[in-house]
Write a protein that binds this ligand. Structure first.
Ligand SMILES: C[S@@+](CC[C@H](N)C(=O)[O-])C[C@H]1O[C@@H](n2cnc3c(N)ncnc32)[C@H](O)[C@@H]1O
Length: 498
Protein backbone atom coordinates (compact mmCIF):
# COMPACT_ATOMS: atom_id res chain seq x y z
CA UNK A 1 0.00 0.00 0.00
CA UNK A 2 1.40 3.46 -0.85
CA UNK A 3 2.00 6.03 1.90
CA UNK A 4 -0.89 8.18 0.72
CA UNK A 5 -3.28 5.20 0.61
CA UNK A 6 -2.18 3.96 4.05
CA UNK A 7 -2.71 7.46 5.46
CA UNK A 8 -6.21 7.65 3.96
CA UNK A 9 -7.00 4.20 5.38
CA UNK A 10 -6.09 5.39 8.90
CA UNK A 11 -8.28 8.47 8.43
CA UNK A 12 -11.16 6.23 7.31
CA UNK A 13 -10.85 4.00 10.38
CA UNK A 14 -11.02 7.03 12.63
CA UNK A 15 -13.48 9.04 10.55
CA UNK A 16 -11.12 12.01 10.49
CA UNK A 17 -12.00 14.41 7.72
CA UNK A 18 -11.53 18.05 8.66
CA UNK A 19 -14.14 20.68 7.85
CA UNK A 20 -12.87 23.55 5.64
CA UNK A 21 -12.96 26.99 7.24
CA UNK A 22 -15.63 28.37 4.90
CA UNK A 23 -18.11 25.67 5.97
CA UNK A 24 -17.11 25.79 9.66
CA UNK A 25 -17.75 29.57 9.61
CA UNK A 26 -21.20 29.14 8.05
CA UNK A 27 -22.28 26.39 10.46
CA UNK A 28 -21.00 28.22 13.54
CA UNK A 29 -22.69 31.42 12.31
CA UNK A 30 -26.00 29.58 12.56
CA UNK A 31 -25.58 28.43 16.17
CA UNK A 32 -23.69 31.41 17.66
CA UNK A 33 -26.24 33.96 18.78
CA UNK A 34 -24.85 36.06 21.60
CA UNK A 35 -21.91 37.04 23.76
CA UNK A 36 -20.81 34.56 26.41
CA UNK A 37 -22.33 31.49 24.74
CA UNK A 38 -20.82 27.99 24.95
CA UNK A 39 -20.33 26.08 21.71
CA UNK A 40 -20.24 22.30 22.08
CA UNK A 41 -18.58 20.03 19.48
CA UNK A 42 -18.93 16.27 20.14
CA UNK A 43 -16.11 15.39 17.69
CA UNK A 44 -13.54 18.20 17.94
CA UNK A 45 -10.79 16.73 15.73
CA UNK A 46 -8.33 19.43 14.71
CA UNK A 47 -10.78 22.04 16.00
CA UNK A 48 -12.20 23.62 12.82
CA UNK A 49 -15.41 24.70 14.59
CA UNK A 50 -13.60 26.07 17.65
CA UNK A 51 -11.38 28.22 15.44
CA UNK A 52 -14.43 29.40 13.50
CA UNK A 53 -16.22 30.24 16.77
CA UNK A 54 -13.27 32.32 17.97
CA UNK A 55 -13.07 34.11 14.59
CA UNK A 56 -16.77 34.91 14.44
CA UNK A 57 -17.03 35.90 18.11
CA UNK A 58 -13.97 38.18 17.80
CA UNK A 59 -15.57 39.89 14.79
CA UNK A 60 -18.57 40.76 17.00
CA UNK A 61 -16.44 41.69 20.02
CA UNK A 62 -17.96 38.71 21.86
CA UNK A 63 -16.44 36.08 24.09
CA UNK A 64 -17.22 32.43 23.39
CA UNK A 65 -16.73 29.33 25.58
CA UNK A 66 -15.71 26.08 23.97
CA UNK A 67 -16.53 22.55 25.11
CA UNK A 68 -16.23 19.20 23.40
CA UNK A 69 -15.31 15.56 23.15
CA UNK A 70 -12.61 13.88 21.08
CA UNK A 71 -11.59 10.25 21.24
CA UNK A 72 -8.16 10.63 19.66
CA UNK A 73 -5.43 12.59 21.50
CA UNK A 74 -3.47 12.90 18.25
CA UNK A 75 -6.35 14.90 16.74
CA UNK A 76 -6.26 17.29 19.70
CA UNK A 77 -2.51 17.66 19.23
CA UNK A 78 -3.33 18.84 15.70
CA UNK A 79 -5.88 21.24 17.19
CA UNK A 80 -3.13 22.78 19.36
CA UNK A 81 -0.92 22.98 16.32
CA UNK A 82 -3.61 24.80 14.39
CA UNK A 83 -3.67 27.67 16.89
CA UNK A 84 -6.03 26.58 19.70
CA UNK A 85 -4.69 27.21 23.21
CA UNK A 86 -4.82 25.02 26.32
CA UNK A 87 -7.58 27.35 27.56
CA UNK A 88 -9.59 26.77 24.38
CA UNK A 89 -9.34 23.00 24.88
CA UNK A 90 -9.71 22.98 28.67
CA UNK A 91 -13.30 21.73 28.43
CA UNK A 92 -12.68 19.15 25.74
CA UNK A 93 -12.51 15.71 27.30
CA UNK A 94 -10.60 12.94 25.59
CA UNK A 95 -13.41 10.43 25.61
CA UNK A 96 -16.08 8.70 23.59
CA UNK A 97 -18.98 11.07 23.07
CA UNK A 98 -21.54 8.26 22.72
CA UNK A 99 -20.58 6.60 26.02
CA UNK A 100 -19.72 9.74 27.87
CA UNK A 101 -21.86 12.70 26.75
CA UNK A 102 -21.82 15.79 28.99
CA UNK A 103 -24.48 16.03 31.71
CA UNK A 104 -25.38 19.65 30.97
CA UNK A 105 -27.39 21.04 28.06
CA UNK A 106 -26.14 23.49 25.40
CA UNK A 107 -27.60 26.37 23.42
CA UNK A 108 -25.22 25.78 20.52
CA UNK A 109 -23.97 22.44 19.15
CA UNK A 110 -22.00 22.03 15.94
CA UNK A 111 -20.43 18.93 14.43
CA UNK A 112 -18.94 17.06 11.59
CA UNK A 113 -19.40 13.65 13.25
CA UNK A 114 -17.12 10.73 12.38
CA UNK A 115 -18.15 9.09 9.15
CA UNK A 116 -17.31 5.44 9.62
CA UNK A 117 -19.03 2.86 7.43
CA UNK A 118 -21.04 0.23 9.28
CA UNK A 119 -18.77 -2.66 8.27
CA UNK A 120 -15.94 -1.02 10.23
CA UNK A 121 -17.99 -0.97 13.45
CA UNK A 122 -17.63 -3.83 15.94
CA UNK A 123 -20.58 -6.13 16.71
CA UNK A 124 -20.49 -4.88 20.29
CA UNK A 125 -20.74 -1.23 19.21
CA UNK A 126 -23.57 -2.08 16.80
CA UNK A 127 -25.48 -3.69 19.69
CA UNK A 128 -24.91 -0.58 21.80
CA UNK A 129 -26.16 1.69 18.99
CA UNK A 130 -29.23 -0.47 18.52
CA UNK A 131 -30.12 -0.13 22.20
CA UNK A 132 -29.51 3.61 21.99
CA UNK A 133 -31.96 3.99 19.10
CA UNK A 134 -34.60 1.86 20.80
CA UNK A 135 -34.29 3.91 23.97
CA UNK A 136 -34.37 7.34 22.28
CA UNK A 137 -36.58 6.72 19.26
CA UNK A 138 -38.66 3.75 20.32
CA UNK A 139 -37.58 1.81 17.20
CA UNK A 140 -34.38 0.17 15.96
CA UNK A 141 -32.49 1.49 12.95
CA UNK A 142 -31.01 -0.56 10.12
CA UNK A 143 -27.67 -2.14 11.14
CA UNK A 144 -26.09 -0.37 8.16
CA UNK A 145 -26.97 3.05 9.53
CA UNK A 146 -23.65 4.82 10.22
CA UNK A 147 -22.19 6.15 13.47
CA UNK A 148 -22.82 9.81 12.50
CA UNK A 149 -26.57 9.33 12.92
CA UNK A 150 -26.14 8.30 16.54
CA UNK A 151 -23.99 11.37 17.17
CA UNK A 152 -26.91 13.45 15.96
CA UNK A 153 -29.38 11.56 18.11
CA UNK A 154 -27.35 12.04 21.29
CA UNK A 155 -26.50 15.66 20.42
CA UNK A 156 -30.17 16.57 19.87
CA UNK A 157 -30.84 15.34 23.38
CA UNK A 158 -28.27 17.82 24.74
CA UNK A 159 -29.94 20.89 23.19
CA UNK A 160 -31.50 23.30 25.63
CA UNK A 161 -34.95 24.76 24.76
CA UNK A 162 -34.53 27.25 21.90
CA UNK A 163 -30.97 25.94 21.30
CA UNK A 164 -29.52 25.45 17.80
CA UNK A 165 -27.58 22.64 16.21
CA UNK A 166 -25.63 22.45 12.92
CA UNK A 167 -24.47 19.06 11.65
CA UNK A 168 -22.81 18.09 8.36
CA UNK A 169 -23.43 14.47 7.42
CA UNK A 170 -23.37 12.19 4.37
CA UNK A 171 -26.62 12.07 2.40
CA UNK A 172 -27.10 8.40 3.31
CA UNK A 173 -28.57 9.67 6.58
CA UNK A 174 -31.79 10.52 4.75
CA UNK A 175 -31.84 8.49 1.52
CA UNK A 176 -32.73 4.97 2.70
CA UNK A 177 -35.71 3.48 4.50
CA UNK A 178 -34.17 3.89 7.97
CA UNK A 179 -33.26 7.45 7.02
CA UNK A 180 -36.86 8.31 6.27
CA UNK A 181 -38.03 6.99 9.63
CA UNK A 182 -35.16 8.68 11.47
CA UNK A 183 -35.81 12.08 9.90
CA UNK A 184 -39.59 11.75 10.30
CA UNK A 185 -38.91 11.35 14.03
CA UNK A 186 -36.45 14.28 14.20
CA UNK A 187 -38.71 16.64 12.29
CA UNK A 188 -41.68 15.65 14.46
CA UNK A 189 -39.76 16.61 17.61
CA UNK A 190 -37.49 19.49 16.51
CA UNK A 191 -37.74 22.42 14.13
CA UNK A 192 -35.79 21.77 10.95
CA UNK A 193 -34.87 25.28 9.79
CA UNK A 194 -32.69 24.58 6.77
CA UNK A 195 -30.91 21.91 4.74
CA UNK A 196 -27.94 22.71 2.50
CA UNK A 197 -26.64 20.45 -0.29
CA UNK A 198 -23.65 21.07 -2.56
CA UNK A 199 -23.00 20.65 -6.25
CA UNK A 200 -20.12 18.17 -6.43
CA UNK A 201 -17.79 20.83 -7.84
CA UNK A 202 -18.06 22.80 -4.56
CA UNK A 203 -18.14 19.87 -2.15
CA UNK A 204 -16.50 20.72 1.19
CA UNK A 205 -15.01 17.19 1.21
CA UNK A 206 -13.84 16.59 -2.36
CA UNK A 207 -11.47 13.83 -1.25
CA UNK A 208 -14.15 11.74 0.48
CA UNK A 209 -16.67 9.62 -1.40
CA UNK A 210 -19.78 11.13 0.17
CA UNK A 211 -22.46 13.63 -0.76
CA UNK A 212 -22.40 16.01 2.24
CA UNK A 213 -25.55 17.65 3.58
CA UNK A 214 -25.76 20.36 6.28
CA UNK A 215 -28.72 20.26 8.67
CA UNK A 216 -29.66 23.36 10.70
CA UNK A 217 -32.04 22.47 13.54
CA UNK A 218 -33.58 24.40 16.43
CA UNK A 219 -35.11 22.94 19.56
CA UNK A 220 -38.50 24.58 19.20
CA UNK A 221 -41.95 23.71 17.89
CA UNK A 222 -41.66 21.80 14.59
CA UNK A 223 -42.78 23.78 11.53
CA UNK A 224 -44.45 22.57 8.32
CA UNK A 225 -41.87 24.17 6.00
CA UNK A 226 -38.11 24.54 5.91
CA UNK A 227 -35.55 26.19 3.64
CA UNK A 228 -33.68 23.99 1.18
CA UNK A 229 -30.52 25.45 -0.33
CA UNK A 230 -28.37 24.14 -3.16
CA UNK A 231 -24.86 25.56 -3.20
CA UNK A 232 -23.77 25.55 -6.83
CA UNK A 233 -20.83 27.97 -6.80
CA UNK A 234 -18.94 30.31 -4.49
CA UNK A 235 -19.37 28.35 -1.25
CA UNK A 236 -18.62 31.50 0.78
CA UNK A 237 -22.13 32.65 -0.15
CA UNK A 238 -23.41 30.24 2.48
CA UNK A 239 -22.03 32.38 5.32
CA UNK A 240 -23.66 35.48 3.86
CA UNK A 241 -27.01 33.72 3.61
CA UNK A 242 -26.91 32.39 7.17
CA UNK A 243 -25.69 35.64 8.78
CA UNK A 244 -28.50 37.52 6.99
CA UNK A 245 -30.90 35.20 8.86
CA UNK A 246 -31.65 33.46 5.53
CA UNK A 247 -32.90 36.72 3.98
CA UNK A 248 -30.24 37.45 1.34
CA UNK A 249 -30.08 35.38 -1.82
CA UNK A 250 -26.41 35.43 -2.81
CA UNK A 251 -25.17 34.25 -6.20
CA UNK A 252 -24.25 30.59 -6.13
CA UNK A 253 -27.04 29.57 -3.77
CA UNK A 254 -30.45 28.40 -4.96
CA UNK A 255 -32.96 28.49 -2.12
CA UNK A 256 -36.54 27.28 -1.95
CA UNK A 257 -39.11 26.70 0.78
CA UNK A 258 -40.29 23.11 1.00
CA UNK A 259 -42.80 21.05 2.92
CA UNK A 260 -41.01 19.05 5.63
CA UNK A 261 -43.13 15.91 5.42
CA UNK A 262 -42.89 15.63 1.64
CA UNK A 263 -39.16 16.27 1.63
CA UNK A 264 -38.53 13.67 4.35
CA UNK A 265 -40.54 11.17 2.31
CA UNK A 266 -38.44 11.83 -0.81
CA UNK A 267 -35.14 12.15 1.12
CA UNK A 268 -34.03 15.57 2.44
CA UNK A 269 -30.93 15.56 0.24
CA UNK A 270 -33.01 15.27 -2.94
CA UNK A 271 -34.73 18.09 -4.69
CA UNK A 272 -37.87 17.28 -6.55
CA UNK A 273 -41.34 18.55 -6.83
CA UNK A 274 -43.90 16.23 -5.30
CA UNK A 275 -44.85 13.45 -7.72
CA UNK A 276 -48.55 12.74 -8.04
CA UNK A 277 -49.05 8.96 -7.69
CA UNK A 278 -51.71 8.98 -10.40
CA UNK A 279 -49.31 10.45 -12.94
CA UNK A 280 -46.70 7.72 -12.48
CA UNK A 281 -46.38 3.97 -12.37
CA UNK A 282 -43.62 2.12 -10.52
CA UNK A 283 -40.88 0.63 -12.67
CA UNK A 284 -41.76 -2.79 -11.31
CA UNK A 285 -45.14 -2.78 -13.01
CA UNK A 286 -43.17 -2.87 -16.29
CA UNK A 287 -39.96 -4.70 -15.36
CA UNK A 288 -38.50 -7.20 -12.91
CA UNK A 289 -35.03 -6.33 -11.63
CA UNK A 290 -32.36 -8.74 -10.35
CA UNK A 291 -28.70 -8.26 -9.64
CA UNK A 292 -26.28 -9.91 -12.06
CA UNK A 293 -24.42 -13.12 -11.25
CA UNK A 294 -22.08 -13.07 -8.25
CA UNK A 295 -19.49 -15.69 -9.25
CA UNK A 296 -17.62 -15.57 -5.92
CA UNK A 297 -14.32 -15.79 -7.87
CA UNK A 298 -14.24 -13.99 -11.22
CA UNK A 299 -10.57 -14.88 -11.64
CA UNK A 300 -11.48 -18.59 -11.61
CA UNK A 301 -14.90 -18.74 -13.30
CA UNK A 302 -14.78 -15.84 -15.77
CA UNK A 303 -12.25 -16.62 -18.49
CA UNK A 304 -10.72 -15.46 -21.74
CA UNK A 305 -10.51 -17.54 -24.92
CA UNK A 306 -6.81 -18.10 -24.23
CA UNK A 307 -7.48 -19.46 -20.75
CA UNK A 308 -10.15 -21.85 -22.04
CA UNK A 309 -7.69 -23.11 -24.65
CA UNK A 310 -4.81 -23.32 -22.20
CA UNK A 311 -6.78 -25.61 -19.84
CA UNK A 312 -8.47 -27.41 -22.79
CA UNK A 313 -11.86 -26.80 -21.19
CA UNK A 314 -14.97 -27.89 -23.14
CA UNK A 315 -16.74 -24.84 -24.61
CA UNK A 316 -20.19 -26.32 -24.04
CA UNK A 317 -19.89 -25.49 -20.33
CA UNK A 318 -19.34 -21.78 -20.91
CA UNK A 319 -21.73 -19.01 -21.73
CA UNK A 320 -21.17 -15.50 -22.95
CA UNK A 321 -20.99 -13.03 -20.06
CA UNK A 322 -20.13 -9.40 -19.42
CA UNK A 323 -18.13 -8.43 -16.33
CA UNK A 324 -17.39 -4.74 -15.88
CA UNK A 325 -19.44 -1.67 -16.72
CA UNK A 326 -16.41 -0.07 -18.34
CA UNK A 327 -16.29 -3.01 -20.77
CA UNK A 328 -19.44 -1.52 -22.39
CA UNK A 329 -18.85 2.16 -23.02
CA UNK A 330 -21.94 2.72 -25.19
CA UNK A 331 -25.57 1.82 -24.49
CA UNK A 332 -25.41 -1.28 -26.71
CA UNK A 333 -23.84 -4.61 -25.97
CA UNK A 334 -23.43 -6.14 -29.44
CA UNK A 335 -21.07 -8.46 -31.37
CA UNK A 336 -18.63 -5.64 -32.02
CA UNK A 337 -18.24 -4.89 -28.30
CA UNK A 338 -17.70 -8.58 -27.51
CA UNK A 339 -15.16 -9.03 -30.32
CA UNK A 340 -13.26 -5.93 -29.23
CA UNK A 341 -13.09 -7.30 -25.66
CA UNK A 342 -11.88 -10.67 -26.92
CA UNK A 343 -9.19 -9.01 -29.05
CA UNK A 344 -8.00 -7.20 -25.90
CA UNK A 345 -7.96 -10.54 -24.07
CA UNK A 346 -10.67 -9.48 -21.63
CA UNK A 347 -12.72 -12.36 -20.14
CA UNK A 348 -16.11 -12.93 -21.77
CA UNK A 349 -16.86 -16.58 -20.87
CA UNK A 350 -18.52 -17.73 -17.66
CA UNK A 351 -18.07 -21.32 -16.47
CA UNK A 352 -21.71 -22.21 -15.88
CA UNK A 353 -21.77 -25.52 -14.05
CA UNK A 354 -24.82 -26.98 -12.39
CA UNK A 355 -24.70 -29.19 -9.29
CA UNK A 356 -23.45 -32.31 -11.14
CA UNK A 357 -20.92 -34.28 -9.10
CA UNK A 358 -17.34 -33.59 -10.09
CA UNK A 359 -16.69 -37.17 -11.26
CA UNK A 360 -19.46 -36.93 -13.89
CA UNK A 361 -17.77 -33.94 -15.56
CA UNK A 362 -15.29 -34.16 -18.46
CA UNK A 363 -11.74 -34.83 -17.30
CA UNK A 364 -10.35 -31.43 -18.23
CA UNK A 365 -13.02 -29.79 -16.10
CA UNK A 366 -12.33 -32.14 -13.20
CA UNK A 367 -8.65 -31.16 -13.38
CA UNK A 368 -9.56 -27.46 -13.46
CA UNK A 369 -11.86 -27.74 -10.43
CA UNK A 370 -9.22 -29.66 -8.51
CA UNK A 371 -6.73 -26.93 -9.36
CA UNK A 372 -9.28 -24.48 -7.93
CA UNK A 373 -9.48 -26.49 -4.72
CA UNK A 374 -5.68 -26.60 -4.43
CA UNK A 375 -5.76 -22.78 -4.65
CA UNK A 376 -8.49 -22.65 -1.96
CA UNK A 377 -10.97 -21.04 -4.33
CA UNK A 378 -13.71 -23.19 -2.77
CA UNK A 379 -13.06 -21.55 0.62
CA UNK A 380 -13.84 -18.01 -0.59
CA UNK A 381 -16.77 -16.35 1.26
CA UNK A 382 -19.60 -16.88 -1.26
CA UNK A 383 -18.36 -20.25 -2.50
CA UNK A 384 -17.95 -21.85 0.92
CA UNK A 385 -21.76 -21.67 1.22
CA UNK A 386 -22.55 -23.19 -2.19
CA UNK A 387 -23.08 -26.92 -2.72
CA UNK A 388 -21.13 -27.92 -4.67
CA UNK A 389 -18.90 -24.86 -4.47
CA UNK A 390 -18.61 -24.57 -8.28
CA UNK A 391 -22.40 -24.48 -8.87
CA UNK A 392 -22.98 -21.15 -10.60
CA UNK A 393 -25.97 -18.85 -10.11
CA UNK A 394 -28.15 -18.72 -13.19
CA UNK A 395 -29.93 -15.86 -14.95
CA UNK A 396 -31.79 -15.89 -18.23
CA UNK A 397 -30.00 -13.40 -20.53
CA UNK A 398 -31.86 -10.12 -19.89
CA UNK A 399 -32.80 -7.95 -22.86
CA UNK A 400 -31.64 -4.92 -20.85
CA UNK A 401 -28.81 -4.38 -18.41
CA UNK A 402 -28.46 -1.57 -15.93
CA UNK A 403 -25.10 -0.13 -14.87
CA UNK A 404 -26.14 0.86 -11.38
CA UNK A 405 -23.14 2.67 -9.93
CA UNK A 406 -21.29 5.63 -11.34
CA UNK A 407 -20.69 9.29 -11.88
CA UNK A 408 -23.15 10.41 -14.58
CA UNK A 409 -22.73 6.93 -16.01
CA UNK A 410 -25.69 5.17 -14.48
CA UNK A 411 -27.52 3.86 -17.57
CA UNK A 412 -29.50 1.15 -19.29
CA UNK A 413 -27.81 -1.02 -21.91
CA UNK A 414 -29.50 -3.05 -24.66
CA UNK A 415 -28.21 -6.63 -24.66
CA UNK A 416 -28.17 -7.77 -28.31
CA UNK A 417 -25.93 -10.80 -27.71
CA UNK A 418 -27.77 -12.83 -25.06
CA UNK A 419 -24.92 -12.31 -22.60
CA UNK A 420 -25.47 -12.81 -18.90
CA UNK A 421 -24.16 -10.00 -16.68
CA UNK A 422 -22.00 -10.33 -13.60
CA UNK A 423 -22.78 -8.38 -10.46
CA UNK A 424 -21.61 -4.95 -11.65
CA UNK A 425 -24.89 -4.84 -13.55
CA UNK A 426 -28.53 -5.38 -12.78
CA UNK A 427 -30.69 -7.56 -15.06
CA UNK A 428 -33.85 -5.82 -16.29
CA UNK A 429 -36.58 -8.17 -17.58
CA UNK A 430 -39.81 -6.80 -19.06
CA UNK A 431 -42.93 -8.27 -17.46
CA UNK A 432 -43.85 -11.35 -19.55
CA UNK A 433 -46.85 -9.80 -21.28
CA UNK A 434 -44.69 -6.86 -22.40
CA UNK A 435 -42.05 -8.99 -24.09
CA UNK A 436 -44.20 -9.64 -27.15
CA UNK A 437 -43.67 -6.97 -29.74
CA UNK A 438 -42.95 -4.15 -27.30
CA UNK A 439 -39.17 -4.44 -26.91
CA UNK A 440 -38.38 -1.45 -29.13
CA UNK A 441 -40.81 0.82 -27.26
CA UNK A 442 -39.42 -0.36 -23.93
CA UNK A 443 -35.91 0.40 -25.11
CA UNK A 444 -37.03 3.89 -26.16
CA UNK A 445 -38.54 4.33 -22.71
CA UNK A 446 -35.30 3.32 -20.95
CA UNK A 447 -33.36 5.98 -22.85
CA UNK A 448 -35.65 8.91 -22.10
CA UNK A 449 -33.76 11.69 -20.27
CA UNK A 450 -36.93 12.40 -18.27
CA UNK A 451 -36.76 8.87 -16.86
CA UNK A 452 -32.98 8.83 -16.32
CA UNK A 453 -33.11 12.13 -14.41
CA UNK A 454 -35.44 10.46 -11.94
CA UNK A 455 -32.87 7.84 -10.96
CA UNK A 456 -31.58 10.34 -8.39
CA UNK A 457 -34.97 10.03 -6.67
CA UNK A 458 -34.43 6.40 -5.79
CA UNK A 459 -30.63 6.04 -5.82
CA UNK A 460 -28.17 6.84 -3.06
CA UNK A 461 -25.79 9.72 -3.72
CA UNK A 462 -22.03 9.68 -3.14
CA UNK A 463 -19.05 11.92 -3.81
CA UNK A 464 -18.40 13.52 -7.18
CA UNK A 465 -22.08 13.30 -8.18
CA UNK A 466 -22.03 9.48 -8.16
CA UNK A 467 -25.23 7.51 -7.75
CA UNK A 468 -25.95 3.91 -6.73
CA UNK A 469 -29.29 2.33 -7.56
CA UNK A 470 -29.94 -1.10 -5.99
CA UNK A 471 -32.50 -3.55 -7.49
CA UNK A 472 -35.36 -2.81 -5.06
CA UNK A 473 -34.74 0.93 -5.43
CA UNK A 474 -34.87 0.71 -9.24
CA UNK A 475 -38.20 -1.13 -9.01
CA UNK A 476 -39.59 1.94 -7.23
CA UNK A 477 -38.52 4.39 -9.95
CA UNK A 478 -41.62 6.43 -10.85
CA UNK A 479 -42.24 6.14 -14.60
CA UNK A 480 -44.34 9.03 -15.96
CA UNK A 481 -47.59 7.83 -17.49
CA UNK A 482 -47.15 10.54 -20.13
CA UNK A 483 -44.07 8.67 -21.42
CA UNK A 484 -45.99 5.40 -21.53
CA UNK A 485 -48.78 7.07 -23.51
CA UNK A 486 -46.33 8.61 -25.94
CA UNK A 487 -44.63 5.25 -26.53
CA UNK A 488 -47.86 3.29 -26.82
CA UNK A 489 -47.07 1.30 -23.67
CA UNK A 490 -49.99 2.39 -21.51
CA UNK A 491 -52.32 -0.51 -22.33
CA UNK A 492 -49.58 -3.06 -21.78
CA UNK A 493 -48.70 -1.56 -18.41
CA UNK A 494 -52.31 -1.84 -17.29
CA UNK A 495 -52.42 -5.50 -18.30
CA UNK A 496 -49.36 -6.23 -16.21
CA UNK A 497 -50.94 -4.64 -13.17
CA UNK A 498 -53.91 -6.98 -13.11
C1 LIG B 1 -15.04 14.07 10.78
S1 LIG B 1 -13.92 14.46 12.10
C2 LIG B 1 -14.38 16.11 12.36
C3 LIG B 1 -13.46 16.87 13.21
C4 LIG B 1 -13.66 18.37 13.31
N1 LIG B 1 -14.78 18.73 14.16
C5 LIG B 1 -13.82 18.99 11.95
O1 LIG B 1 -14.98 19.27 11.62
O2 LIG B 1 -12.88 19.22 11.21
C6 LIG B 1 -14.60 13.54 13.42
C7 LIG B 1 -13.75 13.43 14.67
O3 LIG B 1 -14.45 12.62 15.61
C8 LIG B 1 -13.52 11.84 16.33
N2 LIG B 1 -14.26 10.70 16.91
C9 LIG B 1 -14.50 9.48 16.37
N3 LIG B 1 -15.24 8.74 17.20
C10 LIG B 1 -15.50 9.49 18.28
C11 LIG B 1 -16.22 9.28 19.48
N4 LIG B 1 -16.86 8.14 19.69
N5 LIG B 1 -16.28 10.28 20.39
C12 LIG B 1 -15.66 11.46 20.16
N6 LIG B 1 -14.94 11.71 19.04
C13 LIG B 1 -14.88 10.75 18.11
C14 LIG B 1 -12.46 11.47 15.31
O4 LIG B 1 -11.23 11.15 15.94
C15 LIG B 1 -12.40 12.76 14.48
O5 LIG B 1 -11.39 13.60 14.96
Amino acid sequence: MSHVKAHREVLRQKGQFWTPDWLADAMVAYVLERDGQTIFDPAVGAGAFFRAAKRLAAAQGWHVHLAGREIDPAALAQARHSGLTEDDLANTAISNFLNDPPCQQFEAIVANPPYIRHHRLSTELKGQLRRLALERLGFALDGRFGLHNYFLLVALHLLSPGGKLAFVMPADTCEGLSGRRFWAWITAHYCLEAVVVFHHTVSPFPEVDINPVVFLIRKSTPQKDFLWAHCTAEPESLLMWITSDFKERPIGLRVCRRNVQEAVEIGLSRNVARLEPDDNVPFKSLFTVMRGIATGANDFFFLTDDQINQFELPRAFFRLAIGRTRDVTSNSLDDQVIQALQRRNRPTWLLQLDGSPIETLPEALQRYLKLGESLNIHMRPLLAHRTPWYKMETRPPPPFLFAYLGRRNVRFIRNFVQAVPLSSFLCVYPQPNLLQGKIEQLWMLLQQPELLERLSLVGKSYGGGALKVEPRALEKLPVPRSLLNALDLDAAEQMSLF
